[in-house]
Design a protein. Structure first.
Length: 183
């Protein structure tokens, strides 16, 4: 561990998960500060800039993606990891475009979080001669990805998304509440 880079901001609305990850990272020598929402996170950021940030994507209906540009203004060297229980290609792309270093689906343990925080997925391995392995997605996963993409295009507006998908709003809300199919 680099002792110069040891302050971690954890923005997580699940109190149990936040306490668990904070305790585990603290035991590994990191100084952790927690925020359950965007407003509290902004207050913590202003008082002391972190070296790392772990952001839960969905904070009780509020997106933590708005914190990424703020964190990038403070430090271009800061490592930013977005965690989510509702992973989709659309939100992963959006997080990376905004400046996140990595994106990880929950559930994730401390080792996976640290590996994702320190992995550099922005640099491609140009020396690799191996063909990337492509996995075919199931129809249910494709549907989830499509819904997420259209939802992002409509800036999170469920009614507009339902209209665009030609789907009843309540049906869409039920689909959004479910966790995505892994494959």
């Amino acid at each position: 561990m680099n002792t110069k880079l040891n302050k971690i901001l954890i923005v997580e609305d699940d109190e149990v998960f936040a306490e668990t990850i904070t305790r585990t990272l603290s035991n590994r020598g990191y100084i952790c500060r927690q925020a359950p929402n965007v407003e509290k996170a902004q207050t913590l950021i202003q008082s002391e800039a972190p070296d790392f940030a772990i952001l839960d994507l969905n904070l009780n209906g509020e997106s933590s993606l708005q914190l990424i540009p703020i964190l990038r203004l403070i430090s271009s060297q800061m490592r930013i990891l977005v965690l989510t229980g509702y992973a989709s290609i659309a939100t992963a792309v959006e997080a990376i475009k905004l400046g996140a270093d990595n994106y990880l689906a929950k559930p994730a343990d401390t080792d996976e979080i640290l590996a994702a925080m320190f992995a550099d997925f922005k640099k491609s391995d140009s020396n690799s001669n191996e063909e990337p392995k492509l996995e075919t997605m199931s129809v249910r996963r494709l549907e989830w990805e499509h819904i997420q993409r259209v939802l992002m295009e409509n800036e999170g507006n469920v009614s507009a998304t339902a209209r665009q998908l030609n789907m009843h709003r309540r049906t869409l809300q039920r689909k959004l509440q479910k966790k995505p199919v892994l494959k």
